[in-house]
Design a binder for this molecule. Sequence first.
Ligand code: MRU
Length: 345
Amino acid sequence: MRTLELRDGVVRMIDQRKLPHKVVYVEIRDYETIGRSIKEMWVRGAPAIGAAAGFGMALAAMQSDAATRDAFIAELERVGKELYATRPTAVNLGWATSRILNKVRAANVAVRDLRELVIAEAQAIAEEDVALNQRMAEFGASLINDGDTILHHCNTGPLAAVDVGTALGCIIQAHRQGKKIHVLVDETRPRLQGARLTAWELMQYGVPMTLIADNAAGHYLYRGIATKVFYGADRVAANGDVANKIGSYKLAVVARENNVPVYSVMPTSTIDMSLASGLEIPIEERGEEEVTTIDGVRVAPEGVRVGNPAFDVTPNKYLTAIVTERGIVYPPFEENLLRVMDDAE
Ligand code: MRU
């Protein structure tokens, strides 16, 4: 089951807003609706929205009536900017749209062939995502021991990517290897990706788990019940500071206080070497209704002031290691990430 795919000019994706109650697919035929699906989180998770943006570029290319190469490139540049702006923290959006644009700019061929090139590159991004997540899952699973109880934040499973996922991919892989593990699933307010998506995915795979309120995490760390923390990333700065779902930072600090290792798992496409530290990572601020309501039911008084940053930054000193498809990266991150990224080039 793929989270999303492009076939015969139509993008088909699971509408994640309907889970866990219903598995519903939506069909999308234009890039504007792809933009909406990312913004409104029908599809979410850094690698998944990167692939969605790639498919958005492909739909725009298919529908473009640009007559010249220059007009075609100008049109795709505009679409790329629009798609990148839908969710500003996850760098995979910009990575996917730039990768396609670079390919187009480098090809000196007719517009008709450029269209095909965009579609092929978007498909390649999606296919590669699955393959490299599988490699990451192997690396990450090697950090998990028989008997571990792993605290996990947000959703980083197959639904957060084209398939397999990032941090949860490692956990599912460890389970498949026969390791006896247990997962403590943070519910992840305000949008409850843990309760709605991670719990559902782990139950599909038969991985033993317990759903906990975010506020319970410290208790499980202090009592020595949680032995490892795993989460994903939406953007990583060159020094190894990691932006991930709001609440990740707090988790990492309490884990360090209790000598519990913290691992962040992401493809190298999530690493943004242009930013020196996490302070430079733009943090998406989302609508207040995500905080004032739960499942559409208002829980806060009318007129209350709300802050809703969707992500926070874990400073690199709290991370035990960063797991990528190129291997496990240990401190000093500044030096070792540079080496990994140079190898990737
Ligand atoms: O707001 P979301 O649901 O898109 O946030 C997702 C996360 O924060 C994930 O942990 C992240 O994308 C990294 S792993 C897929």
